[in-house]
Design a protein around this ligand. Structure first.
Ligand code: BES
Ligand code: ZN
Length: 679
């Protein structure tokens, strides 16, 4: 029996209407995907799946690195859902539409079209007149240099500094800024592409890549498995390939290839362990692409080709859980996809749970527990600062909002803790099998939270009565407070850190006696994350001089240390802060530091000076995030503006001046015009 939860009257009505549209059920990976009944209506797309559904996309694009433009055609093969439909609506953002043709396979004719008004979040709907019987359109178009889903880098902003680079980042709703399409995760398409580039560059896509491709400047791709639009991806650069195992390998610029191959040498093993847990890997190859440092995320699960930030190459495999995470998306997310962004936890919460399981299989329980605990602590911090109760739940209302605004620890960690809770209740063996069944049963479809609850009810709740109630499930999904019986993880390795930390803070133990020689980077992170907010200059100096934290090569540890040191006004880190914000473009690393700086007037001024230079290398969405921080009045947790909370004191030296006097700022990213200071 399927129970209907939280269904409003309009939703119920659309559910009834949907029954008549439920004609297509997947029989093979390439068959059209089912859309779950509840899913109709994606508030983040103008597409009308009741009228037409795209089944296949053919791209033919030229990459102009000088003008920063992609131009060419996108041809969409459609399934008519409504025989009478006379208009096809596509999503676009900042695209220049040159011409549109509609018709059938061999008979395309010019047709009329209109572009609606621009919505700040959604972009512009492209409405195309469809003659009777037409099931195909071809759009000739070009992108704008500032397209939100593209980043164009000049040679100086790459690792090798020789040739320009381009990469896409389509999640969540940026595919529409480089392809006119139905940009909703409810629909899946296969695709093929012809990409023409300057001869010395290589193009790769989230598709079958030819590992032996010669540099011809003319590349062809085929993606036989149907994917949602946010997984369309392209990168163009001076890339080399190196195999890691029979099904795995790495693309990177020459100067990072060896380090990347060493760091991620466990990838083939990870793939095998993941399959043992969750069923066959259905995408053929699994390769990694290491991007230039301005890649705004740690990683992006583009099918067959995970995009990764070079900041995860720590030299000691300490950040490889990122690969476990992106690989796990091959089941949770890419195979079974959130139908609307509101259900993002079905992608990310599941994936986090899977990645902890994979890490545990590969590196043991101790390490997995450390990572679980760090993640859970991040969630606690996030819950403490989120102002909207709805954003603390697993089903926030995102109508009218940019779905990327909900990319917080909540869907990731609350989602993972929910699954850990279920695992604890039903036992690991049974729960692993349950998840595998979820993926098999829903492969190549889009799902909503209600689908999961119905499946959970059928496969576990009702089968084993009296273990977990439906009310408890609803509490996990819809209540802002974390349930009282949340299985907060505990780590023995962190207990040891706590003891050393407390003794050191109490002045009973010298820093060099804390036993840090054997600490993992995760233990360092835990130590830094759990220090009191206020530390003395002596304590900071003790740590910095004892352990060289200001110059650690682990970007995640460095980010935490720099923020802590800034919060305590520790001047020796100012030049390192400047360098760090110029070296990295990954949002998770840089935004907490900008936020910390923005808490004081001097800090804000320093931040603006740094940003002025660094911004040229930041991705459009990273710029947007930093600009929001630098523009907004900073409010501390108690709700008082932090700038006013500063006591009036004698004029201090400005951080920017101190930074300059301590060490000339170095800018490994150069300016867009190439006149940066260099590294
Ligand atoms: N799919 C996400 C990245 C993403 C989320 C891009 C939302 C755009 C919008 C990716 O799988 C991810 O979660 N990356 C994390 C990795 C971490 C959790 C290991 C990141 O980038 O930090
Ligand atoms: Zn993810």
């Amino acid at each position: 029996m399927i129970r209907l939860f939280h269904l409003s009257l309009p939703l119920l009505l659309s559910l009834l209407a949907a029954c008549s549209l439920q004609a297509v059920t997947p029989s093979s990976p390439t068959a059209p995907a089912r859309i779950a009944a509840e899913t109709l209506g994606d508030p983040h797309s103008y597409a009308e799946p009741e009228a037409f559904r795209t089944r296949h996309l053919s791209l033919d694009l030229r990459v102009d690195v000088q003008r920063r433009v992609l131009s060419g055609t996108a041809e969409l093969q459609l399934q008519r859902m409504d025989a009478k439909a006379g208009t096809l609506v596509l999503d676009t953002r900042d695209l220049e539409i040159a011409a549109v043709e509609a018709g059938t396979a061999n008979a395309l004719r010019a047709t009329t079209y209109t572009l609606g008004p621009r919505d700040a979040v959604l972009g512009r709907p492209l409405r195309i007149a469809m003659p009777a019987g037409a099931d195909r359109v071809r759009i000739r178009y070009a992108t704008r240099p500032e397209a939100s889903g593209l980043q164009w880098l000049n040679a100086a902003q790459t690792a090798d500094r020789k040739l320009p680079f381009l990469f896409t980042q389509s999640q969540t709703i940026h595919a529409r800024s480089w392809i006119p399409l139905q940009d909703t995760p409810q629909l899946r398409i296969t695709y093929d592409a012809r990409i023409r580039t300057p001869k010395n560059l290589l193009a790769v896509m989230s598709a079958e890549n030819d590992l032996q491709a010669r540099r011809t400047g003319d590349y062809r791709f085929r993606m036989p498995q149907p994917v949602p639009s946010y997984l369309l991806a392209l990168a163009v650069g001076d890339l080399q390939f190196r195999a890691l195992g029979p099904r795995t390998g790495i693309y990177a610029e020459r100067s990072v290839l060896a380090a990347a191959a060493a760091e991620f040498s466990d990838t083939e093993k990870m793939l095998a362990r993941s399959e043992a847990l969750y069923g066959p890997y259905r995408w053929g190859r699994y390769d990694l692409l290491i991007l230039p440092p301005s890649f705004p995320y740690g990683g992006m699960e583009n099918p067959r080709l995970t995009f990764a930030s070079p900041s995860v190459i720590a030299g000691d495999k300490s950040l490889v859980s990122l690969v476990a995470h992106e690989l796990a998306h091959s089941w949770s997310g890419n195979l079974v996809t959130n139908a609307v962004w509101r259900d993002f936890w079905l992608n990310e919460g599941f994936t986090n749970h899977l990645s902890f399981r994979i890490m545990e299989e590969l590196y043991g329980r101790d390490r997995a527990q450390q990572e679980r605990t760090l993640a859970a602590n991040d969630l606690k911090d996030t819950l403490a600062v989120l102002t909207r109760d709805d954003d603390k739940t697993l089903a926030p209302d995102l109508n009218g909002r940019d779905p990327s605004d909900y990319v917080t620890d909540v869907p990731y960690e609350r989602g993972a803790l929910f699954l850990a809770y279920l695992e604890q209740k039903y036992g690991r063996t049974r729960f692993d099998a349950f998840l595998r069944g979820w993926f098999d049963r829903h492969a190549f479809t889009a799902v909503r939270s209600g689908d999961f609850v119905a499946y959970l009810d059928r496969e576990l709740l009702s089968k084993y009565p009296g273990v977990v109630s439906l009310a408890k499930v609803n509490e996990w999904l819809y209540q802002p407070r974390m349930p009282a019986d949340t299985p907060w993880p505990v780590s023995d390795a962190f207990k040891r850190v706590e003891r050393a930390r407390d003794a050191w803070l109490a002045g009973k133990l010298a820093a060099d006696r804390m036993g840090t020689a054997s600490w993992s980077p995760a233990q360092w992170r835990y130590f830094l994350d759990t220090l009191p907010a206020t530390l003395s200059l002596d304590q900071l100096t003790d740590l910095d001089e004892g352990f060289g934290l200001t110059h650690t090569g682990n970007a995640v540890v460095a980010a935490r240390w720099l923020r802590l040191a800034l919060a305590n006004d520790y001047p020796p880190v100012y030049p390192a802060v400047d360098a760090f914000l110029n070296r990295h473009g990954r949002m998770l690393l840089i935004t907490p530091i900008y936020e910390q700086l923005a808490r004081s007037e001097d800090g804000l001024e320093f931040a603006r000076e740094i940003y002025d230079v660094a911004r040229t290398a930041y991705h459009p969405i990273a710029r947007e995030a930093v600009e929001k921080i630098l523009a907004a009045p900073v409010v501390d947790h108690a709700g008082t503006p932090a700038v006013e909370a500063e006591p009036a004191t004698a004029p201090k030296r400005r951080p920017a001046d101190i930074a300059k006097s301590l060490r000339p700022a170095r800018h490994p990213f150069q300016r867009a015009d190439g006149v940066g200071t260099g590294d």
